[in-house]
Design a protein around this ligand. Structure first.
Ligand SMILES: *Cc1c(COP(=O)(O)O)cnc(C)c1O
Ligand SMILES: [Zn+2]
Length: 437
């Protein structure tokens, strides 16, 4: 069996490259590249054999197959040797039923996929293990790569810094000044990355990193690099596996640069092509109203697309006005009968707080996705008993200031419906009893 993968232009020019070539765009048309797999080779294993293999790997506790990404190695990066893999055992995250929250939202079969329960606290680990492992391989083969570099809204840089330093590869991080949380800023600093805080927004950082990585010895680690997509695509596969190979009715996720929705679609389509599932779920993308170019394009049937200047959003990880993977994502929306919704700042903040009341600890981006679930349920687009999975993209612990300012009333111009404050009391039993009623 010779499973193979290579890079190919997403616009169908037919241009191909090895996955170890330093190339991010089609040299003929400028389109992005996708990793393609030899599906005929993959079909040499039966549906039952694939399921059995993945069930066995889900029980593995050490070695590279203990990673949820590398457990699907044959579908992700078949030709990489195990010694080149750089992993923190990402993936295999909990898929949690949340009936209390579901009741509030009007959905009786609501689930949250906790991708923030991961080494650096976000789903970005899924893609970064693949990218850094391939770069590790390239360097070992003698490719003169000096550093890996990315633009980031906070989570990509945390993941890149951790994986790169674990492999002994220098990392260069471009962050928009004062637009990532303090936790997200300290992560790459702690991992020893060269962190450059630029006086611009994410889109400005993205432009500079593309110029910087024209130098082939500085390797681009943003999700326009399709190696990231290969790791991230395992999330949908994992969800289906966790449901005993059953497809949920809906998968909802927050969307910014549109790499993650492209990845989600790609993984599910591969499962469909190989016969592990016989139909596809519907996908809903959730955008912050303050940074909603994909929502606006959806509203006109994807006939017109205008990047926007992203306004400030508390969902800072999706505060992006010119998403790089727009074309990829449109294709996914067409295959999955997709929907795009949006949430205001007030809506996302209250939804996070409501979700926290049911025991979650929701990041603002996940709040946007949960609010989208609620809106689609209210609109009757999602039926009350349909099975809905919301992808929680990051750990709430990365957004302490957001939480604190909600609860202590510093978020002005909105009703903080679920704000909660400590009571200051003397150390006296009577006062305590009076306070707790
Ligand atoms: C990166 C990120 C997103 C958005 O993913 P895209 O691929 O940019 O659409 C959403 N939530 C969090 C927490 C993220 O870090
Ligand atoms: Zn092309």
């Amino acid at each position: 069996m010779s499973e193979q993968s290579w890079l190919e232009c997403i616009r169908g020019c037919g241009e191909k490259h090895a996955i170890t070539e330093v190339v991010y765009q089609c040299e003929q048309c400028g389109g992005l590249l996708d990793v393609k797999h030899d599906v005929d080779a993959l079909k040499q294993r039966s549906v039952g054999e694939w399921k059995e293999l993945f069930e066995q790997r889900a029980a593995v506790r050490s070695g590279s197959y203990a990673s949820g990404v590398w457990a699907k190695k044959e579908w992700v990066c078949p030709q990489l040797s195990l010694e080149d893999i750089v992993t923190f055992y990402e993936g295999n995250t909990p898929l949690l039923k949340v009936p209390t929250l579901g009741k509030h939202i009007g959905l009786s079969d609501l689930w949250v996929k906790l991708c923030g329960n991961s080494h650096t606290g976000s789903f970005k680990d899924l893609g970064m293990t693949v990218l850094v492992s391939v770069v590790n391989h390239m360097i070992r083969q003698g490719n003169p790569i000096r550093a890996v570099a990315c633009a980031s809204t906070g989570d990509t840089s945390a993941a890149l810094a951790a994986y790169a330093t674990a492999a002994g590869i220098p990392a260069v991080i471009l962050l928009p000044h004062a637009k990532v949380s303090p936790e997200q800023l300290i992560q790459p600093l702690s991992n020893g990355a060269k962190v450059l805080s630029l006086d611009t927004d994410f889109d400005g950082c993205m432009r500079v990193v593309q110029e910087l990585t024209q130098d082939p010895s500085i390797y681009l680690a943003n999700s326009m690099n399709s190696l990231r997509i290969e790791g991230q695509k395992t999330v949908g596969i994992e969800v289906v596996q966790q449901f005993g190979w059953q497809v949920p009715d809906w998968i909802i996720l927050p969307a910014g640069n549109l790499g993650n929705v492209s990845a989600l679609g790609k993984g599910l389509l591969l499962m469909y092509e190989l016969g592990l599932i016989d139909h596809l779920p519907r996908i809903a993308c959730a955008q912050a109203q303050n940074a909603n170019p994909f929502y606006l394009a959806y509203k006109n049937g994807f006939k017109q697309y205008q990047p926007v200047a992203a306004q400030k959003s508390m969902a800072s990880a999706i505060q992006i006005g010119a998403p790089v993977s727009y074309e990829r994502a449109v294709k996914v929306m067409q295959c999955f009968d997709g929907i795009v919704e949006q949430a205001s700042e007030e809506e996302l903040a209250n939804m996070c707080a409501l979700a926290d009341r049911s025991g979650l600890y929701c990041c603002p981006q996940t709040g946007v996705a949960l609010e989208t679930a609620r809106k689609l349920a209210v609109q009757g687009v999602i039926k009350p008993n349909e099975r809905v999975v919301v992808i929680s993209t990051a750990n709430g612990l990365k957004f302490s200031q957001f939480k604190a300012s909600y609860h202590d009333g510093r978020m002005t111009g909105m009703d903080a419906l679920y704000a909660n404050q400590p009571l200051e009391l003397p150390a006296d039993l009577g006062a305590v009893l009076a306070a707790i009623g």
